[in-house]
Design a protein around this ligand. Structure first.
Ligand SMILES: [Zn+2]
Length: 363
């Protein structure tokens, strides 16, 4: 938009460029400038930009800087609202109604529907998080808009919907809580279906394994003894081979709290995993593990004699298979093996949970 501003890429230049190509409602234009003027809603921002642009365009017309009004026709039409009067004044016709390129002018309606769906389905005292499913055609249009107009701070439609609905519901006494929700409400933008799911709760259990050949998982036990066959469904983000004892705390995920000793497993309940923590718990692994191996002497270069012909070797490796390979030991050579220390993000995660539990108990 030449001559409107000295600076490149001013807000009005950008708005003119966008509105020359695309009809955009206040919400969808406002999200293109979502990093500016904090404290405004996207709708307010979009309206403000349109009004400022109208003032500037009309000034140019009045100062006879616009040789042909036709140049402004589609920009005014693409504003969808606020420009009707000026359009009529310039062209002597009422302005044709256009649909927003991104939301088809459905944003306001969908927002109201989403809010009443939450009111209907979530009791006031329950903490909830809102999810919005947006159809592929909207995502594609948003991607086009961002790349064509080079928008560095575009906010996706679904983020505005979630935020605005959350704000309005909180004002009405409901409890949006994305960090620690009890229920998730997922709204489908296209089908308008609403799905409410209880957030599953899981306990983090730190365990030591003092027994050999009793795995956690019933599947690995192949019909034999396992912790799962004793306690019901359990999950382990990472584990050891069943012949390895675990002498530093590893993590177990259980639907219920567990405490005490069962089948050689010494368990300590570290409390509930909430929100993103559960995902984190499943994604972390030890980067290295240290093993203490008892074997017949004369097998490794770092062995230390502990008793008669029995030697001990300590080795650090990615896992037991790698350690065994590095030492050149076969299963027959090994008398006993213990995992004595682990390193990396999973160990830090267990430490964090232990500290959190201690803090809670000390309070
Ligand atoms: Zn829109």
């Amino acid at each position: 938009m030449e001559g409107i501003s000295q600076a490149n890429e001013s807000v009005l230049d950008k708005a003119f460029e966008l509105l020359s190509k695309y009809p955009l409602c206040d919400h969808c234009l406002g999200r293109a400038f979502s990093n500016l003027a904090t404290g405004l809603s996207d709708e307010e921002r979009g309206r403000a930009v349109k009004v400022a642009l109208l003032l500037e365009l009309d000034r140019r017309v009045k100062d006879q800087e616009v040789p042909d009004l036709e140049h402004l026709r589609s920009v005014l039409e693409n504003m969808i609202s606020h420009s009707e009067r000026l359009y009529e004044f310039y062209f002597g016709l009422s302005m044709p109604k256009r649909e927003c390129f991104v939301c088809r002018c459905k944003f306001g309606e969908i927002l109201e529907e989403l809010i009443s769906a939450v009111r209907d389905k979530v009791p006031k005292g329950r903490r909830f998080v809102i999810g919005v499913r947006v159809p592929a055609w909207i995502r594609e249009r948003e991607t086009n808009l961002v790349s064509e107009a080079n928008l560095a701070h575009y906010e996706p439609l679904k983020d505005e919907l979630k935020r605005e609905a959350g704000k309005r519901l909180a004002e009405a006494g409901y409890m949006p809580d994305p960090n620690d929700p009890e229920v998730e409400v997922v709204y489908d933008f296209e089908t308008r279906e609403v799905k409410v799911t209880e957030i599953r709760r899981r306990h983090a259990i730190a365990y030591l394994k003092l027994s050999r050949n009793v795995p956690v998982s019933a599947w690995y036990a192949r019909g034999g003894q396992s912790l799962e066959s004793e306690l019901g469904s359990l999950q382990v983000p990472y584990a050891e081979r069943s012949q390895v004892r675990v002498l530093e705390e590893f993590l177990l995920i259980s639907p219920k709290p567990l405490e005490g000793e069962r089948m050689g497993y010494v368990m300590k309940d570290l409390g509930e995993l909430r929100g993103k923590e559960l995902k984190t718990a499943f994604s972390l692994r030890p980067s290295l593990r240290q093993y203490r191996v008892l074997h017949l002497c004369g097998k490794t270069s770092t062995e230390v004699r502990v008793y008669g012909e029995i030697c001990e070797t300590v080795i650090t490796a990615k896992d037991w298979d790698e350690a065994k390979g590095a030492l050149g030991l076969s299963d027959e050579d090994v008398i006993a093996v213990d995992m004595i220390k682990s390193f990396g993000p999973s160990a830090r995660f267990v430490d964090l949970l232990v500290r959190r539990l201690e803090d809670k108990r000390n309070r």
